[in-house]
Design a binder for this molecule. Structure first.
Ligand SMILES: Nc1ncnc2c1ncn2[C@@H]1O[C@H](COP(=O)(O)OP(=O)(O)OP(=O)(O)O)[C@@H](O)[C@H]1O
Length: 710
């Protein structure tokens, strides 16, 4: 029998078992659901609250308690049954993709292990498929034959890998089998890469490469920094790593302990199906702007304004300071002393025109606060004082005859409305109800005290800025940069920001973060284990940071990160990869293209929009993404070419900043002329744009093509 026939036979048997398991699971689920409904009906009859006496009531509570417990158990059973059925259904699409033959001991027989997207055990407890995240599966991804080892619960197990096989199947049909020892190239990988682009990112479980696998399975390092070329699988690695960590730490973490920070809203949608397709729930996925919005519950600048601003060449001196690590360092080192000895921006607490607590009183509290404690503790101490002061004021006021008179003037109807009953006519009760009345009248005051309305955080930030730079802070529009320093001022000196206690944080496109943003994230999530991925050459914004800087920042907090480099590029054809390779910084090693050479990029000289339309017509361009350098160019092109016309041809126009992280089969780059692309930042923009293309790229320009591509 050939290998193909043997494996087909095994697949047919496994498939049969999967179908049986599917039927059994469906039946079980149906039974649980029906039983659940019955329980619900019965409990409604059972639970008749007895009001006769205490003993009967307690009995009723005990019955409710027991029914609740039963229903919880039922819900759990239903969830488990649904989960198992979903796993089986996923496996039925493609049961497994890998096989390793392992020899544990010379005297023993070789044991085969089949690896799939989930594990599967038949009714006799035979492990027919191992989950790709199980310890033994590591051997498959290590991609080597002979002596090897893998780890189970911290113990190293030495083995010999006798064979590694890749299998491509569609449902019960085996399409190809490759043994690593025979195949020189990774045929499976190449066939996966041949596929067309889709609207949603796909998982890469069946073809994870050795160097990617090291990152996915790294559980030793709490800080990881991955510098990978365009198309090297950085985002894919993040997604697979999350699935891996959720599986391996099922007892301790779930998706709520994880946060992904993504470059833009479109990208969040693009990656949203990967984890569900692996049977995991999506964790919270935000842009950095979105994170700020969650913290402040207000909107900062829009994504478009933000990208417009950070793609400009010029950055004001003030913004440079707000973005710098040095300023954050200054805040942390000197902030307490500066604020403790500054004139504080404090205001009194009022209700309309009535001053209830004077600014001078608050300042006195600050004066009397011990200077040995941090400024944040002083603020919190003052807040406590204000809270008790407010209680004292209310007590005093409720003894005042003018207030008591006011209470007694209330009609019976008003009394009922305010207190739900009539006020008893004793001295003590009058005082109590006067206080109640005042509490209602001044209900916003405790809120104002609690929310620190009496201390102007913005002004505190300005004091700190001025001490650092020697020049006054220029108030203007709120930007992401000013917001970061505002929130840091609040977090360090006024009141700690509420942030979920994350266990894992993932940052994609980390090269686009400012130093201050990275510091801010570290301050906010001090305990989270972090995986940051990015590509220095894709730093397309004026906020670009290099990886040495990132390492320095991380080191200043928690020690050096473990760094990884990914040098192979999977997304684009060989010719496109060579083209964007030309656009990288000189000190970088060449990118290794994985795909065959494919079609060479074409270059077309164009003079105006009209010509672009002619080009689209003459070459019958369809299903294409036109990428422009700026948002304005996108708006201009869309208007000139007409949205309906573009829709009819399935052409979309997108600026580079919003095409980040995405990929398209056919790309047309608009106006890559030497006029339009001049600076180093432009070069990185172009590198990012070219590397979005998978199959073909057409590069258009006016007058003269940019010299980097000549
Ligand atoms: N091991 C792999 N097997 C199959 N496909 C892969 C593999 N690694 C990467 N790819 C594919 O390569 C493309 C690029 O991957 P991904 O977007 O994760 O890379 P990236 O490094 O984040 O890219 P960029 O920084 O350029 O946006 C995707 O289509 C992805 O599916």
């Amino acid at each position: 029998m050939t290998i193909q026939a043997l494996e087909q036979e095994r697949l047919t048997k496994t498939y049969e078992k999967l179908l049986q398991a599917q039927q059994a699971s469906e039946k079980l689920l149906q039974k649980e659901l029906e039983q659940g409904q019955k329980d619900l009906d019965v409990s409604q009859d059972d639970i008749r609250m007895s009001n006769d006496n205490w003993g009967d009531r307690l009995d009723s509570f005990a019955v409710i308690e027991m029914k609740n417990r039963e229903m919880d158990q039922r819900r759990f059973a239903i969830e488990m049954a649904e989960k198992r059925l979903a796993q089986i259904n996923r496996l039925l699409e493609s049961p497994y993709f890998g096989k390793i033959d392992v020899l544990f001991d010379e005297d023993e027989e070789i044991e085969p292990f089949y690896i799939g997207i989930n594990g599967f055990t038949d009714e006799s407890h035979n492990n027919l498929i191992y989950d790709w995240r199980s310890p033994i599966a590591e051997l498959f991804y290590n991609n080597e034959l002979g002596d090897s080892s893998y780890e189970v619960n911290g113990n190293n197990i030495d083995v010999s890998i006798e064979n590694r096989r890749q299998l491509v199947m569609e449902r019960e049909l085996l399409k190809f089998v490759f043994d690593t020892a025979v195949a020189i190239d990774d045929e499976v990988l190449l066939s996966v890469l041949e596929k067309d682009a889709t609207n949603a990112m796909q998982d890469i479980t069946a073809s994870i490469q050795k160097e990617q696998n090291l990152i996915i399975r790294d559980e030793k390092n709490s800080l990881m920094l991955v510098n990978g070329v365009a198309g090297s699988g950085k985002t894919s690695v993040i997604m697979q790593r999350i699935a891996y960590l959720l599986y391996r730490n099922r007892q301790d973490i779930n998706e709520d302990d994880v946060l992904i920070l993504s470059p833009n809203e479109g990208f969040i949608k693009y990656i949203s199906e990967v984890l569900p397709s692996l049977g995991e729930k999506n964790p919270l996925n935000l842009t950095f702007r979105g994170l700020l919005e969650q913290l402040t519950l207000t909107e900062t600048e829009t994504e478009e304004t933000y990208f417009n601003r950070i793609t400009q060449l010029d950055v004001s001196e003030q913004t440079k300071v707000l973005r710098s690590q040095a300023f954050v360092q200054f805040l942390k080192e000197k902030g307490n002393d500066i604020l403790s000895s500054s004139e504080l921006p404090v205001s009194g607490i009022n209700l309309k025109d009535e001053v209830l607590i004077k600014a001078a009183t608050i300042l006195d509290y600050f004066k009397n606060a011990p200077k040995t404690v941090s400024f944040l503790d002083q603020v919190q101490g003052v807040k406590l004082h204000l809270e008790s002061l407010w209680e004292e004021i209310l007590n005093k006021e409720s003894l005042e005859s003018k207030n008591q008179d006011q209470l007694q003037l209330l009609s019976e109807q008003e009394q009922r409305q305010l207190f739900g009953k009539l006020i008893p006519d004793t001295e003590e009760q009058i005082m109590r109800f006067t206080k109640k009345m005042l509490r209602k009248k001044y209900r916003s005051i405790p809120e104002k005290i609690k929310e620190l309305e009496w201390l102007d955080t913005q002004k505190l930030m300005e004091i700190l800025y001025e001490s650092y730079t020697g020049v006054a802070y220029q108030e203007g529009e709120e930007t992401v940069d000013s917001e970061v320093i505002y929130l840091l001022t609040q977090h360090l000196f006024v009141e700690k920001l509420y942030a979920p206690r994350l266990k894992f944080l993932f940052i994609d496109e980390v090269q686009d973060y400012t130093s201050a943003q990275i510091c801010f994230i570290k301050e906010l999530f001090p305990k989270a284990k972090m995986t940051m991925v990015g590509d220095e050459d894709q730093g397309i914004f004026n906020s670009v940071i290099d990886f040495t800087q990132i390492e320095e920042i991380l080191e200043s907090y928690q020690g050096a990160p473990k760094t990884y480099n990914l040098q192979k590029s999977y997304r684009s054809s060989g010719a496109i990869t060579q083209t964007f390779n030309k656009l990288r910084g000189k000190r970088h090693e060449d990118i290794i293209p994985i795909q065959p050479i494919g079609e060479v990029p074409s270059y077309v000289s164009l003079n105006d929009f009209e010509n672009l339309k002619n080009l689209i017509e003459s070459k019958d361009i369809k299903n294409t993404r036109i990428i422009t350098k700026t948002i304005e160019e996108t708006q201009q092109l869309t208007a000139e070419l007409d949205e309906d016309y573009l829709r009819g041809r399935k052409i979309k126009v997108t600026p580079i900043s919003l095409a980040k992280g995405l990929e398209f089969d056919y790309v047309l780059l608009y106006d890559v002329s030497s006029q339009n692309y001049q600076t180093d930042q432009d070069k990185r923009l172009l590198y990012t744009a070219v590397s979005r293309a998978m199959k073909t790229v057409m590069i258009t320009y006016q007058d003269e093509l940019v010299e980097w591509l000549n």
